[in-house]
Write a protein that binds this ligand. Structure first.
Ligand SMILES: CC(C)(COP(=O)(O)OP(=O)(O)OC[C@H]1O[C@@H](n2cnc3c(N)ncnc32)[C@H](O)[C@@H]1OP(=O)(O)O)[C@@H](O)C(=O)NCCC(=O)NCCS
Length: 159
């Protein structure tokens, strides 16, 4: 019997993917604190559009999206830990860009922890965004001890 290589495909986010998405965030407490894991992500994924990466019927990554102030915003983005660094996050980002372009939106944006906070997990996250051409358009100080500086970043969506 011929064995097909295992492939990962990207598909639109649907309700059937929610449990798999929540399993991923449970595995990544360095990026998703308790409030994110138990409240923010479970609620947001029910109301945001997005895409999932699926491998052998299992969700191994996702990106959620919402439109605000003329930009397509990334709500949540995560890839299963063992699959980091294999191009899955980049494929999810590409799907988001294509969707923004299809909807006539010229900018993809998100916010993350600012560089003034030395925290290695988010240094990797920022590296991912810089590599994909995101630039800071706004900085803000917050009273959240877990995230004292937010940076708002975006990139132009290519036609
Ligand atoms: C950030 C994230 C979505 C990127 O997805 P990915 O599939 O690992 O990324 P890709 O393989 O497409 O791109 C690799 C690039 O991402 C960056 N990167 C970020 N985290 C990485 C990791 N843990 N392992 C490898 N590369 C990582 C690097 O810049 C790397 O480029 P390089 O190989 O030239 O150094 C993923 O690592 C992740 O889920 N991280 C934890 C959650 C998170 O940070 N979410 C976003 C903010 S809520």
């Amino acid at each position: 019997m011929r064995v097909e290589p295992v492939s990962t495909h990207i598909e639109p986010l649907e309700t059937k993917h929610h449990a798999g998405m929540l399993e991923i965030v449970e595995q990544l407490p360095e990026w998703f604190d308790e409030t994110a894991r138990t409240r923010s992500v479970p609620v947001d994924i029910r109301h945001q559009m997005g895409f999932v990466a699926v491998r052998e019927q299992k969700v191994i990554g996702f990106i959620t999206l919402y439109v605000a102030e003329g930009r397509m915003h990334i709500g949540w983005l995560a890839v299963e830990r063992q699959m980091h660094g294999r191009g899955i996050g980049s494929r999810l980002l590409k799907a988001a860009e294509s969707e923004a372009h299809r909807m006539g939106i010229g900018e993809l944006a998100t916010y993350t922890l600012g560089e003034s906070v030395a925290y290695q997990p988010y240094e990797s996250t920022r590296r991912f965004y810089w590599k994909h051409g995101f630039k800071v358009y706004k900085r803000s100080r917050t009273d959240n001890p877990g995230c004292p500086e937010e940076i708002w970043i975006s990139k132009r969506v290519k036609s």
